[in-house]
Design a protein around this ligand. Structure first.
Ligand SMILES: Nc1ncnc2c1ncn2[C@@H]1O[C@H](COP(=O)(O)OP(=O)(O)OP(=O)(O)O)[C@@H](O)[C@H]1O
Length: 247
């Protein structure tokens, strides 16, 4: 059986007509891999994650996750697929300020039968699972009843990770979730994230501008190397850099 969990083929995406942002002939990511995704600002990293997460739909090509081509699904089927199989950790964490930490973490279980079932299969409950994740991610248990607005940035980041991981989705997508932290905090967050991903056998896609984190990952994807559209839409910005250097 193939080890691939994500496959892209002949993918093309543009936000505006005739201004391609992504053009990727082929990309395969294997199960349980931890992939570091890098590339200069504006080269399409966030756009790629949104396509992989089924938030956006490409104009051309296939995006196959767990054997399902997302481009064949309707918008609501893609939303459903995402809630069942993908955990997102965003740069700004996107926690809901009017909910407690516990309610934020268990929220994805309300929308996903599969996440609920995986927890049931372990003879657990979403609440018990949240407690365990919070402990593994190095947060005190009393944090669960607090409003998220009372947490530090580092604590919010761990809560966002727990919310992505609850119910064991097969794919975790993280977009610059460590940029607000210092180096030691970034490294310790990553080792905890890796630990939970390993325990859940999850595949991790992680976008970051921090080159010091790259060696901690199994693989690196340099988007500039595979994105045929990058030279096209970044050329304007490159010219600005050149002009600055010359000037
Ligand atoms: N919602 C949007 N509408 C129109 N254009 C967009 C939108 N989001 C991004 N773009 C454009 O698409 C290109 C890729 O943006 P994207 O955010 O994917 O890059 P990135 O590599 O993640 O950048 P950064 O590292 O700065 O976050 C950029 O030229 C950007 O201006």
């Amino acid at each position: 059986m193939s080890d691939a969990i994500i496959q892209l083929q002949a993918l093309q995406f543009a936000w505006k007509p005739n201004q391609p942002v992504l053009h990727i002939d082929e990309l395969t990511i294997n199960k349980r891999h931890k992939m570091f995704i890098k590339g200069p600002s504006g080269c399409g990293k966030t756009t790629l994650l949104a396509l992989l997460g089924g938030i956006l739909k490409p104009q051309q090509g296939q995006i196959t996750l767990l054997g399902q081509d997302l481009t064949q699904l309707t918008d609501s089927q893609r939303d459903h697929f995402r809630s069942e199989h993908i955990g997102f950790i965003f740069q700004m964490f996107n926690l809901l300020p009017y909910l407690s930490v516990l309610d934020n973490i268990t929220l994805p279980c309300r929308f996903s039968q599969k996440r609920q079932q995986r927890i049931k299969d372990k003879q657990s409950t979403p609440q018990a699972e949240a407690k365990q994740l919070v402990a593994t991610l190095g947060l005190p248990e009393n944090v669960l009843s607090k409003p998220v607005t009372e947490l530090s940035i580092g604590q919010q980041q761990r809560v966002a990770a727990a919310r992505a991981l609850i119910g064991g989705p097969e794919i975790i997508i993280a977009d610059e979730p460590t940029s607000a932290l210092d180096y030691d905090a970034r490294k310790s967050f990553l080792s905890l994230l890796f630990e939970v991903c390993d325990a859940h056998q999850a595949t991790l896609l992680f976008v970051s501008h921090d080159p010091t984190l790259e060696t901690l990952f199994d693989n690196t994807l340099s988007l500039m190397d595979i994105n045929k559209a990058a030279s096209h839409h970044l050329s304007g910005q490159d010219n600005i850099h050149l002009l600055k250097e010359v000037g």
